[in-house]
Design a protein around this ligand. Structure first.
Ligand code: PMV
Length: 367
C-alpha cells in the first residue's frame, strides 16, 4: 500500500483488547556510505543517503502498554524519569499519538539496552528509535486486533521512526537501504527508506565495519544542530549536486562489484561531511589528530592494494570498511599497524546485518 493509505488505515484502528501488552524488538544501528546532512521541514532529507545496517551494534527495547491509565504516555526510560533519551522521545510521542491514536490512552513503560557504549560514536538514535517504533506499532496492532502485511508494516515503521531520528528509518531493513527520493530508484521516497539489496553484487555480501574508537569524549556537534546549519550553508547547492552524483556512482559500484569506485565515493562523502561541518557557521572540527593519522594509514594501505576504505559520521571515530574476502588480512593490518592508536579494546568489529527482529524470549538480560 501507499504510505498515505497505511496511515489512513492506522488512524481508524480502535481498541479491542483491554489488558496490559508487552513486546520486545531488537533493531540495529546503520552506517551511511552516502551521508544525509541537512533536512527540510517534516524531518525530510535535503539529499538521498545510502547505508547498510549493522549486526552487533543494536538496541533491544521492551515496551509494555497499560490501558486506561491516568498516567498516559512515556514518562520514564529504564525506570528513570530523567533518562536523556526522554528529551527526544517526548516530541516523538506527540507524533505517535497523532498517527496511532489507538495508543493515546495508554501508559507506556520502556526498557531499552544498547550493545555498544555511548562513546562509540555509533548512531544510538538510529537503533533506539527504530526499535521503539517497531514495539509501538506492534503493540498498536495487538491492541486493535489488526495486522499490517509485512511490507506495509516495515514501510510504515520506517516512516514513523524517521520522525524520531532521520537515520533511524534506514535501520528498519537489513543490508543496504536508500532513504530520499531519487530518480535512481523508482520506489524511493523522502518519507521512508527502501531495501535495495536486489541491486547489490555478491562480493559486497557481509561487508565488515571495524569501528576504530579515537575518543570517548561527547561529540561537540549534535546532528540536529548540524542539519540546521546546512540551511544557510554557502555550499548547500554544491552539496546537493555532489550527493546525487555520488549516489549514482555508488549504485553503479554496488551493482558491478566495483570496490575501488565504492571506496572513492565513500571516502569522498565522509571527507565532504566534515568539510561541510568545518565550513558551517561556527566551524566545528570533530576530527582529532588521531582520526587524521588513521585516515593516512588506511589510505597508504589501500593504495598498496589492501581492499579497505574509511567512512566517518559526525564525530572523530573512523569506520573501516572491508569485504568478507579480506577479513583475515584487514584484521591483521588493524592489529599490526593501528595498534598504537587503537589497541584491541578500542576496536569494535561489526558487519552487515539482517535487520530488526522481534524477540520472543529474553536470555541473560536485565531489560
Ligand atoms: O539521523 P541523524 O539526525 O542523527 O543524522 C545522521 C547524520 C549522519 O550520521 C552524519 C549521516 C547519516 O546519513 O547517517
Amino acid at each position: 500500500m501507499e504510505l498515505k493509505e497505511i496511515q489512513k488505515e492506522i488512524l481508524s484502528w480502535k481498541p479491542s483488547f483491554n489488558e496490559e501488552v508487552t513486546t520486545i524488538w531488537r533493531s540495529p544501528s546503520n552506517i551511511a556510505l552516502l551521508k544525509y546532512w541537512g533536512k527540510r521541514d517534516g524531518q525530510l532529507p535535503v539529499n538521498p543517503s545510502l547505508s547498510f545496517s549493522l549486526s552487533k551494534a543494536h538496541t533491544t527495547t521492551k515496551l509494555t502498554a497499560f490501558p486506561n491509565s491516568n498516567n498516559r504516555g512515556i514518562k520514564a526510560v529504564n525506570d528513570n524519569p530523567e533518562h536523556p533519551f526522554l528529551n527526544k522521545i517526548k516530541p516523538f510521542w506527540q507524533t505517535v499519538i497523532k498517527e496511532i491514536p489507538v495508543l493515546t490512552n495508554y501508559s507506556i513503560d520502556i526498557h531499552t539496552q544498547n550493545t555498544f557504549p555511548h562513546s562509540a560514536g555509533i548512531a544510538s538514535s538510529a537503533s533506539g528509535f527504530s526499535a521503539l517504533t517497531l514495539t509501538l506499532i506492534d503493540v498498536a496492532q495487538f491492541i486493535s486486533g489488526n495486522q499490517l502485511p509485512k511490507e506495509d508494516f516495515l514501510r510504515y515503521a520506517s516512516s514513523l521512526s524517521r520522525m524520531g531520528s532521520g537515520s533511524a528509518c534506514r535501520s528498519i531493513y537489513g543490508g543496504f537501504t536508500v532513504w530520499g527520493a531519487t530518480d535512481l530508484w523508482s520506489q524511493s521516497s523522502d518519507y521512508y527508506a527502501i531495501d535495495i539489496n536486489q541491486n547489490i553484487h555478491p562480493s559486497f555480501n557481509n561487508l565488515h565495519d571495524a569501528i576504530l574508537l579515537v575518543s570517548a569524549k561527547e561529540k561537540s556537534l549534535s546532528s540536529t544542530k548540524g542539519h540546521a546549519l546546512m540551511k544557510e550553508h554557502p555550499y548547500a547547492n554544491g552539496r546537493l549536486l555532489q550527493a546525487n552524483n555520488n549516489l549514482s556512482l555508488a549504485k553503479k559500484a554496488l551493482a558491478e562489484g566495483d570496490w575501488e569506485l565504492l571506496s572513492d565515493v565513500s571516502e569522498n562523502e565522509a571527507l565532504s561531511l566534515h568539510a561541510l561541518i568545518i565550513s558551517s557557521q561556527g566551524g566545528d572540527v570533530l576530527l582529532e589528530p588521531a582520526s587524521l593519522e588513521l585516515i593516512q594509514r588506511i589510505r597508504n594501505a589501500r593504495y598498496k592494494g589492501l581492499p579497505i576504505f574509511f567512512t566517518i559520521d559526525a564525530g572523530p571515530n573512523i569506520h573501516l570498511i572491508y569485504p568478507e574476502s579480506a577479513k583475515a588480512n584487514v584484521e591483521a593490518f588493524i592489529f599490526n599497524e593501528l595498534n598504537d592508536i587503537c589497541p584491541v579494546d578500542k576496536v569494535i568489529y561489526d558487519h552487515c546485518g539482517t535487520g530488526p527482529q522481534k524477540i520472543h524470549e529474553l536470555k541473560n538480560s536485565n531489560l
